[in-house]
Design a protein around this ligand. Structure first.
Ligand SMILES: [Cu+2]
Length: 659
């Protein structure tokens, strides 16, 4: 046996540290190299449909104002290799669409996808097993599990306006049926263009929303390829905010790759009785399915065969407003340069358009100390109490967790002249079956000297008036019914590197089945009713529960009541715990989130709900909620006439800060 001396230990540590530092250097170098090529020119040409080069760090997408003259925003989806882009007026950069409450937003989407097969390269390769596994054997008292199968990209696309409280009915936010065929041929949509007319309610919360494709099975690849953009819905306060000199900035975080987890143990479902609850002991301990299904908890979830802990394969690259974010510890010159006039305040609106990366946003000073921010809105909804009154603005140094699809809007005060503040996202533990989400620096904020040209305003709070709110009074309403909704995930039989994802109401007779387009609604409710749902996570990784059309109040997380239940459209559901318990009869405990949700009459129709880790959504973790009209209002009356809005946009200045 070799004798290990303290000096040899020091040498090993030194080599390990050098290697780690070298890896960071190489990452940083690789990222910088991307800027050695062509200068950024987003003009779409036949040779380069998505333009050339990459946006400079600190880029801000051009605004498109939708107001009163030109009727349509036309987005053309173009493709170059594994890149997709939204092209507007020949510019291949997804615009930030700005619109006012009460307006009609018309968007025509044209599909010019030329090579759907190329998009499959963005997804993990399909690796078939030598022999199929029986992932989840049938078992008495346990919800049956039906396996899924791989989806081949067709290249069809459509548009979802995430968070919009508009009907799930064509020509508004209908995403289950409507689509546009790619340039390579008919895939069953029947047309290459599709036009949406979104009638934004006057009482829809004003704030940050976003758009992305929603063809089931194709969302992950198309979002990774680049198809996401921001929408700002402005309310009366925005006018006063601008008058007060408080400028807003829209940040969109995208993901370029989802290396996904490799699951070395997937071929061998875990059957170690010591690690997992077995069904017999469940029965003995009274966990048998309850009779009836009405809000009951009939049907136990198999936890013995849940996907095991996985090896996170690699870091997934993210971008900030199109510019790659450098991993490791980048120099200031490799960060987005952000500027603010000394003594003033800015409103930062951040959308997490990543496919599965969670953000955990904060500002820190040069010593790493958190710098206070003041959060004003989440998921497009200003922070309000149940009556719709704005809650008191509070300075916080807590990092802001933003799940994929989530948004946060906060006020930033100029740092002291000559000092720097870093915009960072802290590391997130997504569970042992989840992906690695490291600490990252996104931008460096400095103050510009105040020049007395009469344009700047002193630091002031933006006005926050009470406006009509579609979701006000939700907490005060009587709950008509409760439900339990379960998340589960199991290795896919026959495939050594893919997982099937499930979401289902847990009740007697329930079946876990990956969502397919033709599936009947999983849940049917009557408009006007109020429900409380407990979302259970029976897996070893977090999920992000999202429901279209509706914001909900989060009442409790893991049983802990929320003091000021937030109004959200996407919420992280924590992992299950206790998979390693050894005491007989005690299995894992699911992570839980309890929400209260109201189904307005105007939202009648088929509303999707799903995990917004879009790989999970594409591979089955989705269902449909049917809202039946209660009083003879049918879907057609909720449908606006195609020709009624007078709308226009003009090309606004690119808000890119001067270098
Ligand atoms: Cu998920």
């Amino acid at each position: 046996m070799a004798v290990v001396t303290s000096s040899s230990i020091r040498r090993i540590v030194w080599i390990a540290v050098s290697l780690a530092v070298c890896l960071v250097c190489r990452n940083a170098a690789a990222d910088r190299d991307e800027y050695n090529g062509l200068a950024w020119n987003p003009t779409s040409t036949p040779a380069h449909p998505c333009g050339v080069g990459l946006p400079p760090r600190g880029n801000f997408a051009h605004d498109r104002w939708v107001n009163a003259r030109k009727p349509t925003v036309k987005l053309v989806v173009r493709q170059e290799g594994t890149t997709l882009c939204y092209v507007i007026d020949g510019v291949a950069e997804a615009p930030t669409i700005r619109v006012k409450q009460g307006a009609t937003l018309t968007i025509t989407l044209r599909n010019e996808i030329t090579d759907p097969a190329a998009l499959a390269k963005l997804l993990p390769p399909l690796v078939l097993r030598d022999r199929p596994i029986n992932a989840v054997p049938a078992s008495a008292g346990v919800v049956a599990v039906i396996p899924g199968e791989a989806h081949v990209p067709t290249g069809r696309t459509n548009l979802h306006v995430h968070g919009f409280a508009v009907p799930p009915v064509a020509p508004q936010d209908e995403v289950l049926m409507g689509c546009a065929d790619p340039a390579v041929g008919d895939t069953g949509c029947g047309h290459r263009e599709i036009t949406y007319h979104y009638q934004i309610p006057q009482d829809m919360p004003p704030g940050l929303y976003w758009y992305h494709p929603h063809v089931h099975g194709e969302v992950q690849a198309q979002m990774l390829a680049g198809l996401t953009g921001a929408i700002v819905v402005e309310g009366p306060d925005d006018h006063a905010r601008e008058d007060a000199g408080i400028e807003d900035r829209v940040f969109i975080v995208r993901q370029l790759r989802d290396s996904d987890t490799k699951n070395p143990s997937a071929a061998v479902p875990q059957t170690n009785g010591q690690m997992h609850m077995d069904h017999n002991s469940m029965m003995e301990h009274g966990a048998t399915p309850s009779a009836g299904g009405e809000g009951g908890q009939g049907g136990q979830i198999d936890t013995r065969h849940e996907l095991g802990c996985t090896d996170a394969a690699a870091l997934d690259k993210i971008t900030l407003n199109g510019a790659p974010v450098v991993d490791g510890e980048p120099a200031d010159k490799d960060l987005a340069p952000l500027h603010i006039t000394a003594g003033t305040t800015q409103l930062w609106r951040v959308v997490n358009a990543a496919t599965d990366a969670v953000l955990n946003l904060a500002l820190i000073d040069e010593a790493g100390k958190p710098v206070p921010i003041r959060v004003v809105a989440r998921d497009g909804a200003p922070l309000t109490d149940d009556a719709g009154q704005p809650t008191k603005l509070v300075a916080t140094t807590a990092a802001q967790m933003v799940p994929p699809a989530g948004r946060v809007e906060f006020l930033v005060t100029a740092p002291k002249l000559g000092t720097k503040v870093y915009f960072v996202t802290h590391a997130v533990d997504t569970g042992c079956a989840g992906d690695l989400v490291p600490e990252r620096r996104l931008g460096v904020l400095t103050s510009l000297p105040y020049t007395d040209d009469g344009t700047q305003a002193a630091a002031s709070d933006p006005p926050r008036s009470s406006t009509p709110d579609l979701f006000a009074g939700l907490l005060a309403r009587k709950t008509d019914r409760t439900r339990v909704i379960a998340f589960a995930e199991y290795p896919r039989p026959g495939d050594s590197d893919q997982t099937d994802f499930y979401i289902a109401e847990r009740r007697q007779g329930a079946v876990l089945k990956p969502y397919e387009m033709s599936d009947a609604p999983a849940i049917t409710v009557t408009a006007g009713s109020v429900e409380e749902w407990t979302i259970e996570n029976w897996t070893r990784e977090i999920h992000a529960f999202h429901i279209h059309q509706l914001h909900f109040r989060v009442l409790a997380v893991n049983g802990q009541q929320q003091v000021e239940p937030p109004l959200l459209d996407t919420v992280i559901v924590p992992t299950a715990t206790g998979f390693d318990r050894t005491d007989a009869g005690s299995g894992p405990t699911p992570g839980t989130v309890r929400i209260k949700v109201f189904f307005p009459e105007t939202m009648a129709g088929d509303i999707p709900f799903h995990c917004h880790l879009v790989d999970h959504e594409d591979n089955g973790m989705m269902g449909v909620l049917r809202v039946l009209p209660s009083t003879g209002i049918n879907n057609s009356s909720a449908t606006p006439k195609a020709n009624h809005g007078e709308i226009s946009f003009h090309k606004a200045e690119n808000q890119q800060p001067s270098p």
